[in-house]
Design a protein around this ligand. Structure first.
Ligand SMILES: [Zn+2]
Length: 409
């Protein structure tokens, strides 16, 4: 018998959860470790317990709800994502991956389907990074990328620590926050970009996550009068920046279609219309899903900055702000997702995630991959975030297939 998830039940659970922290504009404000987050966690745990799942909470407040397998000495297949939202977040980012995991377990439960491996749904603490920085701290401590001490001492704007807030809402668990053996991990998520919608395909088979590098390029020139100073006698940081930006756009074309180059913030000082600026600071964000390509982009960025600044006789420095290497997901997990989509007959696109996810950290220690569904106009981190019930159902059906494949062998 081919199992079918119950799309209506999943949708109504999503709508029920969305009431917790509902905003006037139809979004959700359920930030990490607030009273509302506690309510959301409690509701999720209750739903899982109703179908006989066992609860584990670790020292970072990550929740693991386990449905037993027929051999519980075997490592579990993991599903899950996060329940926290941005301050003006939507109803689907993160929560979809958690409640779709629940829907998979409900489907197995009601059909009395047994799996060899246990199956768990994970809820990772503070994925969004909105209340506590950095983002994905729950999964990041779990994977060993951050120490427990570092994670617990992160503070919000009011000075409350994660440790205090976990204690306060009753989610300071006792299980060690560290990796345990996992057969396979899957995270189902809305795409948060426009690609699937523009291709009119309901499923994204996600093969990895873009690598990203953040820099501040600081260019130092000489402030002079805009009138009397001939163009060729200036040390103008804006002239250099304009050429560098131009060449970096060409660099993105060279590494197209997957490269990204973004200049989100440009500042000049002193900031007067009739003075050549003394200093210009440009944020540079370079991304590529292939680590080798990203490395080449990094090298070319440095060469371009150096040669252009020499040409324009200005000084420059590059400050490295962040380096997040590209992630390649596990082949067996990707194959299981692909086979599951093929079995449903749905159209799919193989793609890379442009955003960070808990799966980035999980993939460091366990075989992992992700599944995407389209979201309306590619909009996310926004109260207007929207998806169709059909796509919600399709994504969960694909998740079920992939999980079953790996949990039964
Ligand atoms: Zn998310």
């Amino acid at each position: 018998m081919k199992l079918k998830i119950n799309g209506e039940r999943l949708w109504s659970s999503l709508m029920e959860m969305a009431k917790i922290g509902a905003t006037e504009k139809g979004g959700c404000n359920r930030q990490a470790l607030t009273d509302l987050d506690k309510q959301g966690r409690d509701l999720f745990v209750k739903w899982c317990q109703e179908i006989g799942c066992e609860r584990r909470i670790d020292q970072m407040g990550n929740i693991f709800m386990r449905r037993k397998g027929t051999d519980n000495t075997l490592p579990p297949v993991l599903m899950g994502s996060h329940l926290d939202t941005q301050p003006t977040g939507g109803k689907f980012d993160g929560v979809y991956g958690v409640l779709a995991g629940l829907e998979v377990l409900r489907t197995l439960d009601e059909t009395d389907t047994h799996t060899l491996h246990p199956i768990e749904v994970a809820v990772w603490t503070n994925e969004e990074g909105a209340r506590f920085s950095p983002a994905m701290i729950g999964s990041g401590v779990w994977s060993g990328d951050f120490s427990l001490e570092y994670g617990l001492q992160r503070t919000d704007k009011g000075g409350a620590t994660i440790a205090q807030e976990l204690e306060r809402i009753g989610y300071a668990g006792e299980c060690p926050c560290e990796p345990f053996p996992i057969k396979a991990a899957f995270e189902l998520h809305i795409e948060q970009g426009p690609i699937l919608e523009s291709l009119n395909k309901p499923i994204g088979v996600v093969k990895g996550v873009q690598g990203m590098r953040w820099y501040d390029l600081v260019i130092h020139g000489q402030p002079v009068h805009a009138g009397p100073t001939p163009m060729e006698q200036r040390h103008d940081p804006v002239k250099a920046a304009a050429r560098i930006i131009q060449q970096l756009y060409s660099l993105a074309d060279e590494f197209a279609p997957q490269a990204r180059a973004t200049f989100g913030d440009i500042n000049v000082s002193p900031g007067s219309r009739n003075t050549v600026p003394e200093k210009l600071t440009l944020t540079v964000d370079l991304r590529h899903p292939n680590q080798e390509m990203l490395k080449q982009m990094d090298e070319k960025f440095r060469q371009i900055s150096s040669s252009v600044c020499a040409e324009c006789s200005v000084q420059f420095e590059i400050l490295d702000e962040w380096d997040s290497p590209a992630v390649e997901f596990n082949k067996h997990c990707i194959d299981a997702v692909r086979a599951s989509v093929a079995a449903t007959g749905l159209a799919y696109e193989e793609m890379f995630s442009g955003a960070g996810h808990d799966s980035v950290y999980v993939s460091r220690v366990a075989p992992t991959s992700m599944i995407f569904i389209p979201c309306e106009n590619g909009i996310s981190h926004n109260e207007a975030e929207n998806v169709t019930p059909e796509d919600i159902t399709s994504g969960c059906q694909v998740l079920l297939g992939a999980v079953l494949t790996l949990a039964t062998q």
